[in-house]
Structure formats: C-alpha cells, structure tokens
Design a protein around this ligand. Structure first.
Ligand code: DPP
Ligand code: ZN
Length: 876
C-alpha cells in the first residue's frame, strides 16, 4: 500500500554533500539547473533514486556526459539513475511552471501576473516539485544558489544563506548568488523574486556577530512590518538570554505573502510568512492578531536552532521540532506578556483543537506510526500536544535542569537529523534521570482521563488522594498503557488558604511547602498527606501540569472556593471552567441549580472586586466554547449546545445585573486609546466581554451601544468586537456597518478576511444563505487559502450551530466546495475537511446527513492523496 511506516526507516543509501542550483526565473516557465555532488553509503547496494514531481526534464548528465536513455528511468515520481559512484556529479535541467501552480507547493506565483512575485514552499515535500533530489530531511547538503531574472520585473532576488555576489547580464537581466555555510535538508530551501520593498535593522548578537535583519513586503504592505521587526529583535535577544542560542548567518530575511498554505515557514535565513502573521497596524489588526504576529515571528526564528541546526531524521519526528518550538514560543510569549493569560489561551486552544482531534477518527500519536500524506500531520496533536509533552519534561527537570539538558541536546545534535530518543536521551543524561518512560506519551494517541478521589481521616489528620488513569481506545490502538502523569497540586482549607504539605514517605526537607508535584505512573495509586488540620479542597493539575481530562467529584462549593481564592490565575480560571461546565449540566438536565448558582455568585462577586486584572476577569467570564461543551456529551445536538451556552451567559449577566454591567461598560468605554500596552488591551478585552453579556439580556440596547462603539472605534479590536455583536444578534444596524467596513478596507486583504469571517457568525437559520452569497462576492476566491479559511473555515469550525444544520445543507455545501478546492490546492482542502471531525457523535438526523455527505465525497475517484486520506479516515 502507499502507507509509509516509521518501522521501515532506513538511512539514505545516497547523500548529497553539495548542491549547485541555478534558476532562470520566469512567471510561466522557470528553468532549474542542479548539480548534485553525490555520496554513496558503501554498505548499501541501492542504485541512485531521486524524488521529482511535475518536472519537465530537459537534460541529464553524469560526470559531464549526457546520459543515454537506457541509463535512467522515471516512474511513480522517482528518477532512477544507473552508473553513479561515490563522488559523482549528476546534472539535471528541468522546467517548471510557477503561474500554473495553484497548490502553492514548490515554486509559485503570489499575486497577479503583472505585480506578483515568485516564491517557494518546500516543507514537507515541495523541493521535489523544483528539482530532482533525495527529498527527505536526513539528507543534509551545502547549498550554492544562483538566481537569474529580468531586472525590471524581478529587481529583488533572494535565497537562503549569505549573499555571494550579484551583477548584470545581457538583455536587461541580472543575477545574484547565495551560499549557505550550514548544511541543511531540502525542506529548508527557499527563494523569493519580485518587486518587494524592505525595512532593515542592524542587530548585534551577544558574541558580537553583526546581522542585518530585513523584512520584505509588497509596496502597499511595507508600512505594516514595524511590529514584526520589533518582535524579531526581542525573539533573538530572548533566545540568547534563555537558551544561549545565537543567530548564525550575516543576514536574516523575512518575507510576507498573501498566498500561503500555512502560517509561516522557517527556511534557513529566509523565513516566509503568511501575511496574516507578519503585517500589523492598529487600524486593521486586533490585539489578538498582534500577539499572534509576535508568537509566530518568534516561533519561526526559534526554529533556527530547534529545527534547522538540529533537524528531524524523518517526518515521524516532526514534533521534535514543532512541539519543542511551540513550547519555546509559548515560554517567550509568557515572558513578553502575562504568563497566566498565556497559559489560559494555550489550554483553551488545546481543548478546542487537540482534544477533539484525539477523541475522533483522526486521532494519532504525537509521533505517528504511519501516514499516507505527511502534510496531513501538521496537526494540533503534533504541535500543541507535542508542546505539552515538552512542558511536562521541562517541569520534571526544573528550570536549570532543562537548560542543562537543552544545552547538551543542541551541542550533541548540532548539524544532525535527530530523533525524539536523541532529545529525551540528552535531557535525561544531562540530569542523570531516565526520561524514556515519557516516550510512551509520544506513541500513544488519545487523551488520558485522570480520576481523583479524596478521603479525609479526621482522627489521623490525614488526607488520602487516590489517582487513577484510563485512556479510551483510538483508531488502530485498541488498548492503552498507563503513562507518567505529573500532577502539580496544593491543598486549600475552607477559608481559601493553602495548607503546608507533608507527604508520607517524603524526606523531611521536602515537607512543608504548599505546592508540589506527584507523579502517577501506573493505573492507580494513592498518596497520603499528613498533619492536615482540616478536610482540604485539593487544587489539582495546577498550571495544567499534564494534558489530561481531570474527573474529580468536587462539589460546586469547592470549585467556587478555588475560583474565588486560588492565587494562581490559571487555576482560578480552571476552577471557573469546571464550574461552568457543571452549570451547563444543570441547565441541560433541569433538575438542579446548585452549580449554576455557585458559578454566577462567584463571578458576580469577582466582577465587583478591584484587585483582579481586567483581562483575567474577561476570561473568567467566558464559559467553555461550544466545541468543548459538546466534547462532554455522549450524543451531540449542536443547536442545543449553542442555546444552552447562551442561557448560561444570560444567567450570569442577570446575576451581575444590568446596572453593574452598564456602569462597567461606560467606565471602560472612556479609555479610547489604540495603544498596545497590557492595560489598554485588558480594557478592550473586558469591554468586549461585558458588551457580549449585555447583548445576552438586552439585545436592543446592546446593539445601540455596539453601533456607537463601531462608529467611534480607535482600533480594529473595538471595531471588530462591535461588528461581531451586531452580526451575531442579526441586528438591523449590521447591514450599514458591514457596508462601511467593506468600503473602508476594500484594498486590505487581511481586513477583508475579517469581513468575510465575521459574517459566518450569523444565527444558524440565516448563515448558510449568507455563506452562499459571500461566495459570489467579487472578492471571494477559492485560490487564496486565507480567504477560503475566512469563509468556510470560520463557518464550519466557528459556528457549529450554523454548520450542522439538521437538513444536511451545511455538509453538502462544504463537501461540494472541498471537491472543487481539492483540484486547486489539496493541502488546504484536506485541512478544511477536518471540520467534519466529531460527526460520529452527532444526534441521529445530523449523523445520517453527515455520513451521506462524507460517503459521497469519498466515492469521488479524483481525490488527492491529501483529501483522500482525511475523508477515508473520517469514514471509520
Ligand atoms: N514548519 C512550519 C512551522 O510550523 C510549518 N510549516 O513553523
Ligand atoms: Zn514550526
């Protein structure tokens, strides 16, 4: 079959020590000449085999002699060549067609034929769309790249590495050469050519290396790159301070494009960004988008060490670079902003995106055992759960121990293609700890359920905490083993004070603190705490110390106590989330209001408190998302979940009170700055939340306020928040505001994406019709991934009630578009198709409709490997 398996890994029989690449660039046709300096593994017999897809072969020669036709074969995207020896030089010339490349993989055109520019995307397997090569990450090669093009049409020529000369050619053409001193895998190759403008910054590393930083964008966007430059400089300094890692070339280029399948790409010395994660200004970007730019700039920069200097042996190890780099990015963002708010955001994302993935037909381990299409494994599991695994290990080692381990990991694996065993091995060895038990986390899919039961023995003043774990079966993994689960905990007394901890069997010196980590590493285990003066309320999994689902039979009063008193912002939020989920159950079952009352009372009290940060308060006032709430249901009716969540907010708003909400809104509305400081952002965040709550009890009044807020908004954050309230409430004023927005931002693609996506938040009975009319809009195109996600992604993922229509019209519309999209861009189609995830647990009517749509899609014979793999997995 076409399945690729981890267990089949073999070291490459042929390597390429050096490659000389030359491009004669053109929009319709580009010619690529490649000279591969081959190295043969003497222990393997295999003939030379090179990957290549969609290449028009113009010539091929070995060691200076044209190859006769019987000396090479091309089949199934593999070129096999006879007669190569260790030290041979293979030269190929091929032609590719950038403007016809709608898959945005390999060399392609971004923007229009007249004004656009050429660029490449190679991860994971795009390089084989550019030239013949052993396109696998464990082949590390030194690159010399020469670009030749018309000077007027392509004034800027960039490739990874250091500049190594440039000059004029005949006929108005010019050339530029780049040499990368660091051997790298082919997925990190990049070039860019076109009419771009730049901003620059001179940076000096701690050790004194001078680096020129250059951010490039099209002329209309170059004014929005300043924030990214600032974030880049802070990222570079942070990696020096925190991990002792410096940049290693003379130049660092970053380029923005509106046509990109992913968020951004860490190509060596030439990062390429989806404009969404690079451009920012207050008039068109929200606070959340600013933070996303900061995080992604940091993420791609951090890859220079975790990914580029130390790369992956094979794609099964993808989380080696992605999980680690997400973790480093999260640490950076926590240091730059508020650590508890960042943790809340990350855990909320994990629950919204990764837990459902781990619970559905697409569940896979952080290190998958097999795949058909690697691009389908750039998932929340590999990235976000992968980061949680690194966080557990880092927590185990402590700050200094982790740094010691990372130093050893980087130095030992520098210039190598490594594995997760290399990673855990180095971290463990530097600390004389065996971390290999954590490998089980990488191999096992599914989210573990952690059950906690407490028993207080008043006579002995002891508290026994019994923890047990269970991971439900996932596709291809019916049985599960116990995992090491670090549980950070504290005990609170009934006045909300933390109690000193004395664990039975502890050395005396470990006793007495108020917080500690215990590790559950079998199916069930009990931990006894002594000298406990009264029956405690345990605060478990503090900081979300392991990516598990905690089941603990707290009473509503106990959760409310933690919500009021926990000193840790994250855990306070967590107690509120658990309480809100119980409140949701109250509303669903209609037989009790204890949790609902406790949740509303506790939040109403906190609403009046002055000591609490506005941004944290805004998060506390937000119940779990509809997706998270649906995850708790055995059978899901998305309309019911939506209605109950609205009810929950209505109860909360009524409990806080109209007057109180209005006063708070008025006070917050007095701050009208567009500044980005933490306090201003916190004001805007709480203002949005308060307006939402007001809309739940008094829509007419809230729409009046929202219209005013829209008209006077000094920033996109306020403007978009107001617009969202109008659209979600299907307010009469929404129409005029949308018209105004469209006119104002017609020339700004990223703002127009928001115009599309906000409208997908219409109430369920109106939204499909709107999606269909938006598809007809002149500004809509299936060829632009951001636009596709802004419309179809925002609708299918962000409005479950509006997507999961009982009559199946939502499923049919999405399935039809997926098929059209697949013919243009398989990667984007496959990612969008994952919006069907969770369909198996839908109530019978929707279940049947979803099944019919998925089966019809699966029956199509033309599906790409990308979409085909997702749809087939979805069926099982
Ligand atoms: N490697 C990229 C990133 O996650 C994704 N293609 O940074
Ligand atoms: Zn990454």
């Amino acid at each position: 079959s076409s399945l690729i398996r981890l267990s089949d890994y073999r070291a490459p029989a042929w390597r390429v020590g050096k490659i000389e690449l030359a491009f004669d660039l053109g929009i319709d046709a580009t010619e690529v000449t490649s000279r591969l300096h081959l190295q043969r593994d003497p222990t393997q017999e295999e003939s030379l085999r090179l990957d290549g897809e969609g290449l028009e072969l113009l010539s091929i020669s070995l060691d200076g002699h044209a190859l006769s036709d019987d000396a090479w074969r091309y089949a199934d995207n593999v070129l096999e060549v006879d007669g190569a020896r260790d030290g041979s030089v293979l030269e190929t010339r091929v032609r590719v067609q950038p403007a016809a490349n709608t898959a945005l993989e390999g060399l392609y055109l971004s923007g229009s034929r007249e004004a656009g520019f050429l660029l490449t995307q190679c991860e994971a397997e795009g390089f084989r769309h550019i030239t013949f090569f052993p396109d696998r990450p464990d082949v590390l090669t030194s690159y010399t790249v020469t670009l030749r093009a018309d000077r007027e049409r392509f004034p800027v020529l960039l490739a990874g590495g250091n500049p190594d000369g440039s000059g004029e050619l005949e006929g108005g053409r010019h050339w530029a050469r780049f040499v990368d001193p660091h051997p790298k895998p082919s997925y990190l190759f990049a070039l860019v050519a076109g009419r771009l403008q730049k901003i620059t910054h001179d940076y000096t590393t701690h050790s004194g290396r001078k680096v020129q930083l250059l951010i490039w964008a099209e002329p209309d966007a170059i004014g929005q790159c300043g924030y990214a430059m600032d974030a880049l400089v802070r990222s570079m300094r942070w990696d020096e301070d925190t991990y002792g890692r410096e940049y290693d070339l003379d130049v660092f280029h970053v380029v923005a494009t509106h046509d990109f399948n992913m968020g951004a790409m860490e190509n060596k010395g030439l990062n390429i960004f989806n404009a969404k994660y690079l451009l920012a200004d207050p008039d068109s970007s929200t606070d959340d988008e600013y933070r996303a730019v900061e995080a992604v700039v940091a993420h791609e920069y951090f890859h220079n060490w975790s990914g580029n200097r130390v790369t992956c042996r094979d794609w099964f190890q993808l989380s080696l670079k992605e999980g680690l780099t997400v973790f480093r990015e999260q640490q950076f963002s926590a240091d730059m902003n508020s650590a508890p708010l960042k943790r809340i955001e990350d855990v909320a994302l994990l629950r919204r995106a990764q837990f459902p993935e781990d619970a559905g037909p697409l569940a896979h381990p952080v290190r998958p055992a097999q795949y058909s299409e690697i691009n389908n494994f750039y998932t929340a599991t590999v990235y976000e759960k992968g980061s949680e695994l690194v966080r557990m290990v880092a927590g185990h080692l402590g700050r200094e121990g982790f740094r010691r381990g990372m130093d050893l990991y980087f130095s030992r694996n520098d210039g190598r293609a490594a594995t997760l065993e290399d990673f855990l091995g180095a971290l463990g060895e530097a600390n004389h700890i065996d971390l290999m038990p954590y490998l089980a986390w990488y191999a096992q899919a599914g989210t573990p359920r952690l059950t906690a039961r407490g028993h207080y023995d008043a006579a002995h003043r002891s508290f026994t905490l019994t923890l047990s774990q269970h991971t439900p079966p996932t596709p291809h993994q019916p049985t599960k083993q116990p995992l090491p689960i670090p549980v950070k905990l504290a005990l609170f007394d009934r006045e909300g004070r933390m109690m000193p901890l004395h664990v039975a069997g502890d050395g005396a010196e470990a006793s007495g603190g108020t917080e500690r980590v215990i590790v559950l590493d079998r199916a069930e285990q009990s931990f006894v705490f002594q000298q406990v003066a009264s029956a405690p309320v345990p605060s478990l999994l503090r900081g979300f110390s392991a990516p598990v689902i905690l089941e603990c039979d707290y009473s509503p009063e106990e959760l409310a106590l933690l919500l009021r008193h926990d000193v840790d912002g994250f855990n306070r939020w967590e107690a509120g989330q658990q309480l809100a989920a119980r409140a949701f159950d109250n509303l669903r079952d209609g037989n009790a209001t204890q949790a609902l009352d406790a949740w509303c009372d506790a939040l109403a009290a906190l609403f009046g408190a002055t000591a609490i940060d506005d941004a944290l308060l805004a998060d506390l006032l937000t119940p779990p998302s509809e997706i998270e709430l649906a995850e708790r249901e055995r059978v899901v009716d998305p309309s019911h979940v939506h209605a109950l969540r609205l009810k929950l907010q209505e109860h909360l708003a009524l409990r806080i009170g109209r007057e109180t909400l209005q006063q708070r809104y008025d006070a917050l509305a007095e701050h009208t700055s567009a500044q980005l400081d933490a306090l201003s952002q916190a004001h805007r965040r709480l203002k949005r939340r308060v307006l939402d709550l007001m809309a739940s009890i008094d829509p007419w009044h809230a729409h009046t306020l929202a219209t005013l807020q829209y008209d006077n908004a000094p920033s996109m954050t306020d403007r978009l928040a107001a617009l969202a309230v109008l659209v979600r409430g299907n307010a009469a004023q929404a129409h005029a505001a949308l018209l105004h927005f469209r006119e104002r931002y017609a020339d700004n693609p990223l703002a127009m994406d928001k115009w599309f996506s906000v409208q997908t938040q219409l109430p369920a009975d109106a939204v499909i019709e709107r999606v269909q009319s938006l598809e007809q809009d002149a500004a809509f195109t299936l060829k632009n991934p951001n636009r596709v996600n802004a419309l179809f992604g925002a609708w299918a993922r962000g409005n479950p009630d509006g997507f999961h229509r009982p009559d199946g019209t939502g499923y049919q519309l999405l399935a039809t578009r997926l098929q059209q999209l697949d013919a243009l861009n398989p990667q984007v189609a496959a990612r969008l198709a994952t919006a069907f995830n969770g369909w198996q647990r839908l109530e019978p009517t929707r279940h049947a409709a979803a099944r019919a749509a998925i089966d019809a899609l699966a029956a199509q014979t033309q599906l790409s490997r990308n979409l085909g793999e997702i749809v087939r997995s979805m069926q099982h």
